[in-house]
Design a protein around this ligand. Structure first.
Ligand code: BES
Ligand code: MN
Ligand code: ZN
Length: 501
């Protein structure tokens, strides 16, 4: 898709389609009014006859409106003017884009990006419009033999800003929006890939493919033999029942001064989580191909920061592994010695994410990190706590938690902080080892984070539980590309990149 930002008047546009808003009840926006005037009241007549009320997301496609140079006019319902909020804005843009893509307009000039959205500026509206466009046109068709794509797909979008003064702001928003979308797409593509193709080597190969595109990006790996030498027995135990070798991929973006301590991102990369010997029930087990969503998110964020070439040093770890039942698999009752030296009694082989992550979190001490963020589809309990709307954020450092929640608000990629109080640590007590890998049913998302906190005492750390947000199930099943927008925003803020007017 090709994008541009303009500041023009609607009657001068010569395009396949021009998109303008209508508020509820039957009120033309000021740009729609300009079209109404040159067309001799054509639009206001339609509204009066009841063709469009202006409810959010209502669409009316018109052809050959008198005296309008563009072939089509798409009227889009925007709801009550004073109620237009972030969520509604994004939904309206998505629906507009889908309509354009399916009705033969290969290009369009859109004035919705000029609408007033409560508490948001021009930068935000253009950036969100770009991201919503790319998100809503996303498809995963690699493995379909009949692709069924539209005959005349949308190819070019122009987003308007209210004044010429705002063109530079719009351009910057466009650049950032494209970089975030690029990262989200990478995340979605690798997460949607089935587990018979997407295994730990595949994750490594995807990182290698990025390395060839970006000179500041370097990719390395740690295989099972090396993990053995490093003492990563917990990570190794989880993968022992799988025919696919465990591989930890190390990506390094060197955009900052050589002596600058890196920000480290660690992604849970369970390319399939069957539960192991504590096997999961069959229902929706296929969705456990998304248990590498954390690694996919880290890969996507690394793509975004490479595209923006942020002046930061960032390390991305993809902790690739597969959890399968087998004669060689680890079992409930096993006691594992982690790389940190602490021992863990396994009570449930389905609580495997923390066993992989704890060793990866110890491994990253060697980078002398500025801070570490792990990203993981860690617990079903997080979905119970926050539903599918917000990522759970946990941290041992208040300022870092605030920075992350702020980045989530800025980017519209919702997150909510959860407690990490010592009281919860007791649930991990074991009679035989330093801890168990299971905290019981109450506060399952928190006790999982508490487990990780025992391996992150040497640095500032945050944990993001994306179990509810990384993908959606049901008929529109698919990866969401989250939390790439939030992570990218956090890193852009760290790099001092401006993300407002
Ligand atoms: N990958 C799952 C968590 C998960 C489950 C995410 C469903 C999204 C949807 C994780 O490895 C897991 O199985 N967690 C268990 C932990 C339990 C055994 C303590 C869970 O959440 O049930
Ligand atoms: Mn599991
Ligand atoms: Zn898992």
């Amino acid at each position: 898709m090709e994008f541009s930002v303009k500041s023009g008047s609607p009657e001068k546009q010569r395009s396949a389609c021009i998109v303008v808003g209508v508020f509820e009840p039957r009120r033309l926006t000021s740009v729609a009014e300009q079209l109404d005037e040159i067309s001799g009241g054509y639009l206001s007549n339609l509204l009066r006859r009841g063709d469009l009320e202006g409810k959010p997301g209502q669409m009316l496609l018109l052809h050959h409106v008198p005296n309008v140079l563009s072939e089509r006019v798409l009227l889009v319902g925007c709801g009550k003017e004073r109620e237009l909020d972030e969520r509604q804005y994004k939904q309206i843009i998505s629906k507009t884009i889908k309509t354009l893509n399916e009705t033969g307009s290969m290009e369009a000039v859109c004035f919705l990006s000029e609408l007033h959205v409560k508490g948001r500026d021009t930068y935000w509206r253009v950036r969100q419009a770009v991201e919503a466009t790319q998100d809503s046109l996303y498809t995963f068709l690699q493995l379909k033999t009949k692709k069924g794509e539209p005959r005349r797909p949308l190819r070019k979008m122009v987003f308007n800003v209210p004044t010429r003064r705002e063109l530079a702001i719009g351009e910057r928003a466009l650049e950032h929006g494209l970089a975030v979308s690029l990262g989200s797409k990478t995340t979605r593509d690798v997460a949607n890939m089935p587990p018979n193709i997407c295994n730990p080597v595949y994750l490594f190969d995807q990182a290698k493919a990025l390395e060839t595109q970006y000179p500041n990006l370097h990719v390395d790996s740690v295989n099972e033999k090396q993990m053995e030498q490093l003492g990563m027995h917990s990570y190794l135990a989880v993968g022992r029942g799988s025919a696919n070798e465990s591989i930890m991929t190390i990506m390094e973006h060197k955009g900052g001064p050589a002596d600058q301590a890196p920000i480290v991102l660690v992604g849970k990369g369970l390319t399939f989580d069957s539960g192991g010997i504590s096997i999961k029930p069959g229902e929706a087990m296929d969705e456990m191909k998304y248990d590498m969503g954390g690694a996919a998110g880290v890969l996507g964020a690394m793509h975004t920061i490479s595209a923006l070439n942020l002046p930061l040093n960032v390390v991305g770890i993809l902790a690739g592994c597969e959890n399968m039942p087998d004669a060689n698999a680890y079992r409930p009752g096993d006691i594992l010695t982690t790389m940190s030296g602490q021992t863990v009694e396994v009570l449930n082989t389905d609580a495997e994410g923390r066993l992989v992550l704890c060793d990866a979190l110890t491994y990253v001490e060697r980078f002398d990190p500025e801070l570490v963020i792990d990203v993981a589809t860690l617990t079903g309990a997080c979905v119970i706590a926050l539903g599918r709307h917000a990522t759970g954020v946990f941290s041992n450092h208040n300022p870092l938690a605030h920075e992350l929640v702020n980045a989530s608000e800025q980017s519209g990629d919702k997150a909510w902080r959860m407690p990490l109080w010592d009281e919860y640590q007791d649930q991990l007590e074991s009679p035989f080892a330093d801890m168990t890998n299971l905290g019981g049913r109450p506060a399952g998302a928190i006790t999982a984070a508490c487990f990780l906190s025992r391996f992150t005492r040497k640095y500032n750390w945050a944990h993001m539980d994306i179990a509810g947000t990384a993908w959606v199930g049901g008929k529109d099943k698919g990866s969401t590309g989250r939390p790439v927008p939030m992570l990218s925003q956090f890193l852009m803020n760290r790099a001092g990149i401006e993300s407002e007017d």
